[in-house]
Design a binder for this molecule. Structure first.
Ligand SMILES: Cc1cc2nc3c(=O)[nH]c(=O)nc-3n(C[C@H](O)[C@H](O)[C@H](O)COP(=O)(O)O)c2cc1C
Length: 189
């Protein structure tokens, strides 16, 4: 069975909700999916490192804080220099997502960092696999209404609670999860 790990940080719960929806989409394809939360100190458990090592594909997620990943995600990335040293993640499929308050919000920098991070591990990056919804009639309820190709983009308005996140973005997160799982399955068998 295809094994996918989603490793993410979320300071206030919004990115965690995105991760859950990415998981839902990936699970819908029959993949086995582990959600790994990077804690408030930027740590994951030893068991989580083992899960990451065993996965066929890893999806990275972080909120955009000050135009990049959160410091907790960066601490995790720095700690991954250990599996980097032994190239444990080489050849795995990688993908990424971010969530921020502003429609643009410099999310692109965060996704670019995640893709670079995957390249350092010699992973195989895959994007959203989705066309953008960018016609006059398009709305925030449409699939990929924020138009991410390289990675999944989600916007949570600054005054929106976790239960008020945009339905179209969460639907997009599910489609993204399913696409990533399909890519993992087709490459890894
Ligand atoms: C320290 C900090 C920096 C932030 N920087 C940005 C930013 O650069 N761009 C943006 O659009 N939103 C920014 N935000 C808003 C968050 O990305 C947004 O609230 C997001 O939903 C938080 O996700 P979380 O609940 O998973 O932590 C920032 C928030 C914090 C706390």
């Amino acid at each position: 069975m295809t094994q996918i790990a989603i490793v993410y940080h979320s300071g206030y719960g919004h990115t965690a909700k995105v991760a859950e929806h990415v998981r839902k989409g990936a699970v819908s394809t029959g993949a086995q999916v582990d959600l790994i939360a990077i804690d408030a100190e930027g740590n994951v458990t030893d068991a989580a490192w083992e899960t990451l090592k065993a996965a066929d594909g890893i999806v990275f997620g972080s909120p955009t804080y000050m135009g990049s990943v959160s410091w907790q995600f960066k601490k995790f990335a720095d700690a991954s220099s250990k599996p980097w040293y032994t190239m444990d993640w080489k050849g795995k499929i990688a993908a990424g997502f971010t969530n921020s308050a502003t429609l643009n919000g410099d999310k692109g920098s965060t996704i670019a960092y995640l893709a670079l991070f995957a390249a350092q591990h010699k992973m195989l990056w895959t994007g959203t696999g989705m066309h953008p919804s960018n016609a006059k009639a398009s709305t925030r309820d449409d699939l990929n209404n924020l138009g991410g190709y390289q990675g999944l983009l989600v916007t949570s308005p600054s005054d929106a609670g976790v239960d008020e996140m945009i339905a179209g973005d969460l639907k997009t997160a599910e489609a993204f999860g399913a696409n990533v799982a399909d890519v993992v399955k087709s490459v890894k068998g």
